[in-house]
Design a protein around this ligand. Structure first.
Ligand code: SF4
Ligand code: SF4
Length: 452
């Protein structure tokens, strides 16, 4: 079975909720929508305290090249525009809305059943504008604005569009359920993106899915090829196969050079949920107002896959799942490998939140750090060919130039080095800090060069 060529680890997948169908969750009274739910510049608020808003209304507009619109997920009244803690742990400017419970839309979306015929009839010349208006970002967690991904630099030829259905993080099953329950929307979304890029020549589509989801592989293998030249490829279980560069390598054998985008090797990668959202926006005029979230871990009483309106608090979601167990020990936004540990459940579900994970004491594995024994295991597993132990050491002594030379900016923060470390060293946390320092160094260097 296919997989990527360098590094990687095998993790216990713990997909407890794989067989749990997606349930819509009731919308709470309060919705909190941070103006930054994406990589890039925060969106600019268009509303103020006291304003009435409708579902589907743009309440903060993209600001700059890499940015995305924020859409109200409910109708109601703006109670405040103030700083609130986001699911990444930081405080972010947020629009707080009192939901009036009426669910009035600014423009009611249509509901067209996806089919190859619908794709053939759809004019994709407005796809970038529709996706931008709908506020769509990468829903696998990367949150890169989708309209930007659909607009590679002039002269770039995209011959391959890849859908990421890998979902290699343990515990998470949101993408698996979307693939099983909404295969047609996903395939139609992929076909629309392929059609968009086909002006420069034929485009091949791939959907990569790890082999621990045989039901998703079966349904998409049956449906997707009816939409065009699309191959559904089962992949060996190896983490972090959902990384863009790893997935491209596994499916096409191509390697994206250091510091470059997938478009340099003719590829564009989208998450499966993003493809479904693209279909909704382009065909039905439906903006991104909700998403599927896996609520799981040994610390959750009733584990579920829920369709949640954006802005719903983690606390409301957990309450809907019966609350947490007495031995719950750690709350994480996202999966256990790349997610963020949180000190509060008052944070909202945003566009990139694929999971709410509550680990119990057994699962949390809270070890103390031990000295590095130079076993080299972190080097063996790094999928980017880095030397994590050496990076951590150079951060300790403050040699940021050396960190840059060692390629720290190539780190995809997958956490494989942490997982394997014999000394339980917090390598990825050190590397994250090191990346901030190196980026500061580069900015200073560029400023000096500009002055000359
Ligand atoms: S977190 Fe970074 S350094 Fe560690 S294994 Fe992943 S890519 Fe390599
Ligand atoms: S895995 Fe841990 S103990 Fe082994 S070399 Fe890397 S940092 Fe050191």
């Amino acid at each position: 079975m296919k997989t990527f060529s360098m590094g990687g680890i095998h993790v216990d997948d713990r997909k407890f909720t794989h067989a749990s169908p997606i349930e819509p969750m009731p919308v709470p009274k309060e919705i909190v929508l941070p103006v930054s739910q994406h990589i890039g510049a925060p969106a600019k608020p268009l509303v103020k305290k006291g304003d009435a808003v409708k579902a589907g209304q743009i309440i903060a507009e993209k600001a700059g090249m890499i940015s995305a619109n924020i859409i109200s997920s409910v109708s109601g009244t703006v109670r405040a525009v103030e700083n609130r803690q986001g699911p990444g742990g930081f405080h972010l400017l947020s629009i707080v809305i009192d939901n009036d419970g009426r669910d009035e839309w600014i423009a009611a979306p249509t509901s067209t059943a996806p089919s190859p015929d619908v794709v053939a009839k759809t004019d994709v010349s407005g796809i970038v504008a529709a996706v931008e208006k709908a506020g769509i970002v990468g829903m696998g967690g990367a949150t890169f604005p989708t309209s930007v991904k659909l607009s590679p630099p002039p002269g770039t030829v995209i011959d391959t569009v890849i859908l990421n259905g890998v979902e290699c993080e343990p515990y998470l099953t949101a993408d698996a359920r979307i693939m099983i329950e909404h295969a047609d929307r996903i395939a139609a979304g992929l076909a629309l993106v392929m059609k968009h890029f086909s002006k420069n020549g034929p485009v091949k589509g791939y959907i990569g899915i790890e082999a621990n989801k045989p039901d998703a592989i079966e349904v998409l293998s049956r449906i997707a090829p009816t939409y065009g030249d699309i191959a559904v490829v089962p992949l060996a279980l190896k983490y972090p196969q959902g990384g863009e560069k790893q997935l491209i390598n596994a499916l096409t054998g191509r390697s994206v050079p250091s510091g470059k985008l997938p478009s340099t090797v003719g590829c564009v990668v989208q998450n499966v949920a993003t493809a479904a959202a693209i279909y909704d926006a382009v065909v039905d005029g439906r903006p991104l107002v909700d998403r599927v979230v896996t609520v799981t871990g040994g610390g959750v009483k009733n584990r579920k896959n829920l369709l949640v309106r954006l802005g719903t608090s983690f606390a409301s979601v957990l309450e809907h799942c019966g609350g947490v167990t007495d031995d719950s020990a750690m709350l994480i936004s996202g999966g256990p490998m790349m997610g963020k540990a949180l000190n509060s459940a008052t944070v909202p579900v945003t566009k990139g939140v694929s999971g709410i994970l509550v680990l119990n004491e057994d699962e949390a594995n809270l070890y103390d750090e031990q000295p590095c024994i130079r076993c080299g295991r972190c080097v063996e597993v790094c999928p980017m060919g880095l030397h994590p132990a050496l990076l951590a050491r150079n951060l300790e002594i403050g040699d940021y130039a050396k960190l840059e030379e060692l390629g720290i900016l190539d780190c995809i923060e997958c956490g494989s080095c942490n997982y394997i470390c014999a000394g339980h060293n917090h390598l990825v946390q050190s590397i994250r800090l090191g990346k901030i320092r190196v980026n500061e160094l580069i900015r200073e260097r560029n400023k000096k060069a500009e002055k000359k």
